[in-house]
Ligand binder design. Structure first.
Ligand code: SF4
Length: 375
């Protein structure tokens, strides 16, 4: 992409800018691979500002890989609750257990060993190994790819495998071998703060003189957008039981089915966490939900439950647009369902729950005031 002479000047410019203007982030004050790893996992699909308080709470409760490996999974998920994409937390803990069992609690320094850990792909491995140990691996994620595509005026969908490999080659060539950690962070910082997706701030950019995209006036239109997967609408109905003490009932995380052909997407939409009795519905939501509860609660046929609509909750999970319809069911005693937990409706986060379940609880709380009393 750049000649050897230009590469040296480019590196000097970018590193100088990074060292002067980088954001002061908690995970940049450490070389501890555990904390760097944790921050990289939390930052996947999540904004820096949202991650900071979660990161602080997490390292306070689990200060090292041993503490994380030994913790109950429920507690790990509870501290992750609200960040979304919960498979990240599950994999993080599985990887911590492998680090303790196979590597004596020391984060591996070899790329192959790091890539063998659950939840760690090429980008995350390169980031941890370069920042914590100065290993010579160049990072490439969507942010860095965008910067490289603009610098080289590379057109087309950069997720296309051949193009992605080409960008990785460019990233490897540019890598500053003496400061790989700072270098990788500088590339990420440029993508996160100046070379942003919508309006790159080329006037402030330290490497603007090297940028072909800017020279050609096409920086803003790069990278070229790939076709988005069509949105699929999904409607769910959830039963929010409420007793006189304002307690509600949550079901435990659904067991994963071994049936790979199963089209049941409800557990995924609920992030496989604690949840209200919920099902996917078409047609009459309250009728569907009552039929579902009949199977779930023995003897429900004889009870006179009234399902009171509690508004609508909207939520997006990747390409699915979810509409969840909570129904309040006031009862004298919460039904007896094996494995269920009873918690205050106003405090369901004492268990690990997804954002969707939290939204449903808020809607039900708001509507509960006007819901009729139990019959
Ligand atoms: Fe991005 Fe503009 Fe800098 Fe090029 S000059 S790298 S487009 S911010």
């Amino acid at each position: 992409m750049l000649e050897a002479k230009e590469r040296a000047a480019f590196r000097k410019q970018l590193l100088g800018w990074f060292r002067q203007f980088q954001r002061d982030l908690p995970w940049r004050r450490t070389k501890d691979p555990y904390r760097i790893w944790l921050s990289e996992i939390m930052l996947q699909q999540t904004r820096v500002a949202a991650v900071i308080p979660y990161y602080a709470r997490f390292v306070q409760r689990f200060p090292d890989v041993h503490a994380l490996a030994a913790a109950p999974q429920e507690e790990v998920l509870r501290l992750w609750s609200g960040l979304g994409y919960y498979s990240r937390a599950r994999n993080l803990q599985k990887a911590a257990q492998q680090i303790v069992a196979k590597h004596g609690g020391q984060f591996p320094t070899r790329l192959e060993d790091t890539l063998a850990l659950p939840g760690i792909g090429n980008y995350t491995a390169a980031a941890i190994l370069s920042i914590a140990f100065g290993e010579k691996h160049a990072v490439l994620d969507g942010n860095v790819a965008r910067v490289l595509a603009r610098l080289g005026a590379i057109r087309g969908d950069f997720r296309e495998p051949q193009r992605w490999q080409g960008l990785q080659k460019n990233a490897d060539e540019l890598l500053e071998a003496k400061s790989t950690g700072d270098w990788n962070q500088a590339m990420m910082e440029l993508g996160a703060t100046l070379c942003t997706p919508r309006s790159p701030q080329c006037l402030l950019c330290p490497v603007a003189p090297f940028c072909e995209g800017r020279k050609l006036g096409i920086a803003e239109s790069l990278p070229e957008l790939r076709k988005k997967r069509a949105t699929v609408e999904v409607t769910l109905a959830a039963a929010v039981f409420l007793d006189a003490k304002k307690q509600t009932l949550l079901l435990p995380p659904p067991r994963r089915t071994k049936d790979k052909t199963s089209a049941d997407h409800v557990p995924t939409l609920l992030s496989n966490m604690w949840h209200f009795p919920t099902l996917s519905v078409t047609g009459k939501a309250d009728g569907n939900l009552f039929a579902f509860l009949q199977k779930l609660v023995p003897g429900v046929q004889s009870r006179k439950w009234q399902l009171v609509p509690a508004g609508k909750v909207r939520h997006a999970v990747t390409y699915r647009a979810v509409t969840l319809l909570p129904f309040i069911i006031r009862v004298r005693n919460l039904p007896d369902i094996s494995g269920a937990s009873h918690v205050p409706l106003a405090d369901i986060s004492s268990l690990p729950v997804s954002n969707l379940t939290r939204k449903a609880a808020r809607a039900a709380l708001a509507a509960a005031v006007s819901a009729p009393a139990e019959r």
